[in-house]
Design a binder for this molecule. Structure first.
Ligand SMILES: Cc1cc2nc3c(=O)[nH]c(=O)nc-3n(C[C@H](O)[C@H](O)[C@H](O)COP(=O)(O)O)c2cc1C
Length: 187
């Protein structure tokens, strides 16, 4: 999988933005992402959070004065996310959360909260979306529900109307990827 992939299929109205949260594509998260991408049609853009490395939100207050983040380093990502019809988060679980670069990107979506609750713009993002959350965690005891709970308010603000999730556990052992592929197909 390459860091940023754009495939144009004019017949499909689906515009998918995949936020990839792992530091490398050769691990279990990369495998899960590739399985998902093999089922995708339409325009697909993959944002590699580690490679992109957006600045964290520092609560500068800029989005309370303007309707978008005043930091310019992810303007193209805001465009892609706003125009997407499907948002996909593919991430490993780190300390029952996202790896830091994905957390930084999610925090930078706070400008849409300001749009809704400071500027009174409803909906804060015009294009409605579905969301897919795909997580991988090393142990059998944890699962990606912790990440799902964290994301829920942000997804609401982003105009997500339906979320589907698949949480793969035990990736530090053996994962039955055929079963995961079947589960993905049923999503
Ligand atoms: C910094 C760090 C924190 C982690 N925290 C957790 C955790 O809280 N729960 C868990 O089950 N696995 C945890 N893991 C294990 C990863 O979720 C697991 O190794 C996963 O397969 C990593 O994704 P990758 O194979 O795509 O690199 C952690 C791994 C790292 C490096």
């Amino acid at each position: 999988m390459c860091a940023t992939t754009a495939m144009n299929t004019p017949l499909s109205p689906e515009r998918t933005v995949v936020l990839f949260g792992a530091p490398r594509t050769s691990g279990s998260t990369g495998t899960l992402c590739d399985l998902f991408l093999s089922t995708c049609g339409g325009d697909v853009t993959v944002i590699d959070c580690f490679a992109r490395g957006v600045a964290p939100c520092d609560d500068c207050g800029g989005c309370k004065k303007e309707t978008r983040c005043v930091k310019r380093d992810m303007d193209d990502l805001y465009d892609a996310i706003e125009q997407a019809t499907r948002l996909v988060f593919v991430t490993p679980v780190y300390n029952r959360s996202f790896p830091a670069p994905m957390k930084a990107l999610v925090d930078r979506l706070q400008c849409y909260w300001s749009r809704r609750f400071v500027h009174g713009i409803k909906p804060p993002v015009a294009t409605p979306k579905t969301a897919v959350l795909l997580t991988v965690c090393g142990s059998e005891r944890d699962d990606g529900l912790c990440v799902q709970n964290q994301l829920e308010p942000t997804l609401t603000i982003l105009h997500v109307t339906e979320t589907k999730a698949l949480h793969v556990k035990g990736s530090d052992g053996e994962v039955d990827w055929d079963t995961v592929a079947e589960q993905l197909n049923r999503l």
